[in-house]
Ligand binder design. Sequence first.
Ligand SMILES: [Zn+2]
Ligand SMILES: [Zn+2]
Length: 234
Amino acid sequence: MDTVTITPQIYQLSLKIVNVFIIRIPTGLILIDTGPAGSKQLIFDTIKKLGHQPDDIKHIIVTHSHHDHSGSLADIVRDVKATVYMHPHDAMLVREGVAYRFQLKAINRLLGIATFGSRIKLPYINIKPVEQITEVNDGDWIPGVGGLRVIHSPGHWPGQIALFYPGNGGVIIAADVAENYSQLKLSPGFQDKDECLATIKKISGFKFKIAVFSHGEPILNNAAEIFTIAFGIN
Ligand SMILES: [Zn+2]
Ligand SMILES: [Zn+2]
């Protein structure tokens, strides 16, 4: 596992398939996303390497319900006293232990019958449920963290949120709004391309120098300009 210092306050931990983020605030730590099931120990070990304790996690923001973002949430909240924040759409899914729903309602119904109350749990679709989630909406500032704004970011997934951190010249935590491996582009598996592009346009309205992604490399300079060029926004 790799830890990248994005700014003196923000760290990126790369958990093979996904990046999660840790932000230092005066009262402790914010954890953004939790990785797939089984990531808890890696996250806790990294927190110790950064000179903190897992108990320092006071806030957990889950950008959306997909298993690579929410899969270790239940294990982490069992061990630390943190407030969990999600968009209402995805909070509802995680309370039911659902990471992913198909667009075809009939498939969801069949899966619901097969998995509800049974021992059958499908990776990618089922996660351990978490009941206590504080719901946040577009434009909200996450309470008690000293400046982290919610940007509702549908397109890839209806209940996805990205985050804007005004410090350090402006940082966008883009979740799966886009990915940045060899080039900046929409994350695969999106549900609605027009909504994805509307989300990109909304994010481009913020003033930011840095952008980080759940999948891919961070952009540490001129991120707003790079977004504008990559997605042809004017
Ligand atoms: Zn996703
Ligand atoms: Zn993802």
